[in-house]
Ligand binder design. Structure first.
Ligand SMILES: [Zn+2]
Length: 424
């Protein structure tokens, strides 16, 4: 009796640990420098796609068609090489002291050749036309080649009104902007003619001398791919439950800086594989499709392509669950579209209570903030679930593997598995 109990306990521990070890391996691999932040420099996205295909293959989950890949193209701005900004002769750190705008252009030759003193324009200056004109005149008299905007003197609606001005100037001259908030980087799908560089308020010398060397390369029709895998239902069934997670992230910003995208969304990608692993062993009443989307950070491009070229009729999707930011959960999860699908949301709440899983399953209305969006637009019933917790790193260089707690990973997978089992 005792012996069996002990064996039972050992088995429970080893499977739970086995799962989290596997999840850690996958997440750490996706976040490693060899994957280049799963962006477009050095084809980080395609390296990640090949890795995911091999992981699906390894657990015995086949593609839906002949191949796991659903290819599409997008235009994208990239920063493959130099990313240098010196202030008064001191090198600033990319990602920490400064970032380029995702649509920044490369630095012009005259910047690369010698130091420059940017001309300072504040928010207050922009609000007064007379002052602004006087400043512009002075700037051209001095022969200054670069503007440094300081909009930290305005806030709220005023700041919002002025916020597009730096980018509009970067069509004509190099621009810097002082920022007093955390950097939140992204992916650009166009390229400004000149650099647009954001520098932290805490380190900037407003009357300093700068050196800049930034390489930017705009790639037209870059080829990337969604990865699609599929498990047929136990008994033949026309309906499919779909799990999705984007695997792309922001990629590299110069030779030495990349954005690992651990929480966003190596964590959700790992969960996709965890679910595939489970349903491979325990086939469900419905077919199950797994989609690892590309191009999410560039503006939900991969999911848009999918709904426009669906390999299965969208009408046959019983329910779709999009997983993005799955690495924490100490404060529970939020469910986007909860207000649209009350019955299914109640089911989530019910399972959560019954099994005492998460601190909170929070209701949220529709939002265009991840890949579920295009499906919702097409009338496919869908949730987007994300974790909440103390890890606030988002679209910055600190969203690293080492910051993930995986605190509620097992509980979330339990919630999802039960959800599929009880879906009517
Ligand atoms: Zn994301």
């Amino acid at each position: 009796m005792h012996r069996f109990l002990l064996i039972g306990l050992l088995f429970t521990f080893s499977t739970a640990n086995g799962q989290i070890e596997e999840v850690r391996r996958i997440t750490e691999t996706l976040c490693s420098p060899e994957f280049h932040g799963r962006g477009y420099v050095n084809k980080g996205d395609s390296i990640a796609a090949a890795f995911l295909s091999s992981e699906f293959h390894k657990i015995g989950v086949a593609p839906y068609k002949d191949s796991y890949s659903q290819s599409f193209e997008l235009n994208v701005n990239t920063f493959p090489a130099k990313m240098e900004l010196l202030q008064d002769g001191v090198k600033l750190i990319p990602g920490i002291h400064f970032v380029v705008d995702p649509s920044s252009g490369p630095s012009p030759d005259y910047h690369r050749a010698k130091s420059f003193e940017p001309y300072l324009i504040t928010g207050t200056d922009l609000l007064d036309e007379e002052i602004f004109v006087a400043k512009m005149t002075e700037m051209s008299q001095i022969g200054s080649t670069t503007i440094i905007f300081d909009l930290t003197d305005v806030s709220g609606d005023t700041l919002r009104q002025l916020s597009s001005i730096p980018a509009s100037f970067a069509k004509d001259i190099p621009v810097m902007q002082i920022v007093d908030k955390k950097f939140t980087w992204s992916v650009g799908r166009e390229q400004l003619k000149y650099p647009l560089v954001y520098i932290q308020d805490s380190i900037v010398n407003r009357s300093g001398t700068f050196d800049m060397h930034i390489d930017a390369e705009f790639i037209e029709s870059y080829k990337t791919q969604n990865i699609i895998a599929y498990i047929p239902a136990k008994k033949k069934c026309s309906k499919t439950v779909v799990f999705t997670a984007h695997y792309d992230h922001l990629g590299r910003m110069g030779t030495n800086t990349y954005f690992p995208g651990a929480n966003d969304n190596a964590s959700g990608t790992a969960m996709l594989l965890t679910m595939a692993n489970y349903f491979k062993e325990n086939s469900a009443e419905f077919n199950i499709m797994f989609i690892a989307f590309a191009g999410e950070e560039a503006g939900l491009v991969g999911s848009k392509y999918f709904v426009e070229h669906p390999p299965i009729p969208l009408k046959k999707i019983k329910f779709l669950v999009n997983l993005d930011i799955m690495g924490s959960g100490e404060e529970g999860v939020t469910v986007v579209n909860a207000t649209l699908f009350e019955k299914q949301f109640k089911l989530l709440e019910e399972i959560n209570q019954e099994k005492a899983l998460l601190a909170k399953v929070k209701r949220r209305g529709p939002a265009a903030n991840s890949d579920h969006y295009w499906f919702t637009e097409k009338g496919v019933p869908a949730f987007f679930i994300y974790t909440m917790g103390p890890n606030k790193h988002y679209h910055d260089v600190f969203d690293k593997y080492s910051e993930l707690s995986f605190n509620e990973y097992d509980d979330i997978t339990t919630l999802l598995i039960e959800f599929v089992k009880r879906l009517k």
